[in-house]
Design a protein around this ligand. Structure first.
Ligand code: ATR
Length: 271
């Protein structure tokens, strides 16, 4: 999707994928800096490790405690005088994942998050970021469910402290809600069932369902939700928007989001 975006804007840039062992992450970042890369994207498990390996953290990375985007910035001439060539370039860490969640929810499901009641499944890395970001968007009520309940309890406590106006609880809602979000990894494998316990909560009680999983395109949860008449979306929009925001960070140009989405869908679904 990045290469399609570069081509659309006539930029002579390239986006390449490298598999890096976590023990070599620092060396890989230094190598990219030395080779005058414009920036990097990082994925699991590097997002947390990179926090301690960049020179500066943008507010987004500081807030979410994870770096998925690095921009290499040339320092101003006055501070360059005594530095070695590679130390003239600073590595700045950003996080574009959290913003992408809400952009995709708004764009793909047209949900108004302010004042909404939301059930969130999952309290791993993605679940924690989603929970805090939804709270920051002023949802009215947040219900958290996780296989390991203690992790959901920890996130609930964090939200109570940081966002006292948001009503947060661990457990299934007894009321009708606006949105259900899956942030667990259950659904990635073809044999996986749904992460939702329908004995505890019926899909008829929610208007919309978002599954962060984008492959398969329709998980068991989304298929069930469709049958129940819910509005549904998978996580391809999140993938596209975290990329589009990274593209803007590196290039300073508005990302051609539609081009990126078409390229991502073509690559993931072969359409
Ligand atoms: P990510 O970075 O994608 O969030 P993660 O931090 O490993 O990955 O989190 C995976 C999430 O999926 C967790 O909420 C996990 O539940 P636990 O905290 O109990 O491990 C959830 N998950 C994974 N496999 C699951 C399963 N078989 N049933 C229910 N939840 C599952």
């Amino acid at each position: 999707m990045h290469n399609a975006a570069f081509a659309a804007l006539g930029l002579n840039w390239r986006y390449l994928a490298f598999e890096v062992d976590p023990k070599n992450l620092r060396a890989a970042i230094e190598g990219a800096r030395a080779m005058n890369f414009a920036g990097l994207n990082l994925t699991v498990p590097h997002k947390l490790l990179a926090v301690d390996m960049v020179d500066d953290l943008d507010i987004s990375a500081e807030t979410w405690g994870a770096v998925n985007t690095i921009r290499f910035e040339v320092q101003s001439p006055k501070s360059k005088v005594q530095s070695s060539p590679s130390s003239e370039v600073r590595a700045v860490g950003f996080n574009t994942d959290a913003g992408a969640i809400v952009t995709s929810l708004r764009e793909d499901l047209k949900v108004e998050l302010g004042g909404a009641k939301v059930l969130l499944l999952g309290a791993g890395g993605a679940g924690r970021t989603a929970a805090l970001k939804l709270a920051a968007e002023n949802v009215a009520e947040l219900f958290l469910i996780n296989r390991t309940a203690s992790k959901a309890e920890e996130i609930a406590a964090e939200i109570k402290k940081q966002f006292p106006s948001v009503k947060v609880s661990v457990g299934y809602p007894k009321v009708e809600i606006d949105l259900l979000v899956n942030a667990t990894s259950l659904g990635l494998k073809p044999a996986d069932g749904s992460p939702l316990d329908e004995k505890q909560f019926s899909l008829k009680q929610t208007r919309a369902v978002y599954d962060m999983i984008y492959k398969p395109a329709e998980t068991k949860l989304l298929a069930d939700a469709r049958s129940a008449g819910c509005k549904i979306a998978n996580g391809i929009g999140m993938l596209v928007h975290q990329g589009a925001q990274a593209f803007e960070i590196w290039t300073g140009r508005p990302a051609p989001v539609a081009v990126m989405r078409r390229a991502a869908e073509g690559s993931v679904y072969g359409v």
